[in-house]
Design a binder for this molecule. Structure first.
Ligand SMILES: [Ca+2]
Ligand SMILES: [Ca+2]
Length: 267
């Protein structure tokens, strides 16, 4: 009987010696390195947004800062501070050094870019005009003008087949408050599913008719990073509109994009 009793006592002692601080250290916060916004982190297997993890962000933590396709270096982060009105749900961590070329910062030891991320040349990206036209027609733009703004090739899930992420944007309004007929901003993934190429919409906004009092978004690809250490890369996007911007982390499933966390600020 002595051994089990000792085991119980040991486990009680361990529980007492591992206060909440240990749990806080176990999370790996993800920041948008551009603004320092806390995007979120996976906590006990579930993604939480910046607001939910702000109190668990450890001041002095070491963040690895990444550009679009490579690691740039390490920075120390401060405590997560609320940025205040009008975005009281958004928290920010100051990085030192700032590393201006950085896109994403992660307080994690795992391989954050497990597979090569290749930005396509404009000429190669133009190869995605046909699927873009098809998407736009399906959303009421009868005579679409395809304007591809970027494309990236990466094997997101590590199954050996590369996915292609494409962004496209047409803005003929004044860029702030009006849209022209046939304007749009989309971001989609082309993925091979059971031998067939599928299009998975990630961000989408369509304006078949000209309109005033509309603040259109422009969506761009930030990159693909494993932000929770499960070996699969998440897709990071930014959406900008007049005086506002949001950064979002998506998990790309076989047929749909799942939003994991998002942060930003807009008036
Ligand atoms: Ca793949
Ligand atoms: Ca992942």
């Amino acid at each position: 009987m002595r051994a089990p009793v000792r085991a119980v006592l040991l486990s009680l002692a361990c529980a007492a010696a591992l206060p909440a601080a240990a749990a806080a250290q176990a999370i790996s916060p993800v920041l948008d390195a551009k603004g320092g916004y806390v995007l979120g982190a996976r906590v006990n297997g579930r993604w939480r947004d910046g607001q939910s993890i702000a109190r668990m962000v450890r001041p002095g933590a070491r963040y690895r800062v990444f550009g679009p396709a490579a690691e740039l270096g390490a920075s120390r982060g401060g405590r997560a501070e609320n940025i205040g009105e009008p975005c009281t749900e958004t928290f920010r961590v100051e990085l030192a050094p700032e590393r201006e070329a950085g896109e994403i910062a992660v307080a994690a030891a795992w391989n954050v870019i497990p597979r090569r991320v290749i930005r396509l040349s404009q000429a190669a990206a133009e190869g995605y005009r046909d699927p873009l036209r098809q998407i736009l027609r399906q959303h009421g733009i009868a005579n679409p003008v395809p304007r591809i703004t970027g494309a990236v090739r990466v094997d997101l899930d590590g199954d050996g087949a590369e996915e292609v992420i494409v962004s496209a944007h047409r803005q003929t309004g004044n860029g702030s408050f009006t849209v022209g007929a046939g304007d749009y901003s989309v971001l989609f993934v082309r993925r091979l599913v059971a031998g067939t190429v599928r299009t998975i919409m990630v961000e989408e906004e369509y304006h078949p008719r000209a309109k005033g009092e509309t603040t259109p978004n422009a969506f761009t690809i930030v990159g693909a990073y494993d932000l929770d250490g499960d070996g699969a890369s998440e897709l990071v996007t930014r959406g900008r509109y007049y005086e506002g911007g949001w950064t979002t982390i998506y998990r790309i499933r076989s047929t749909a994009a799942q939003k994991l966390a998002s942060a930003g600020c807009g008036a």
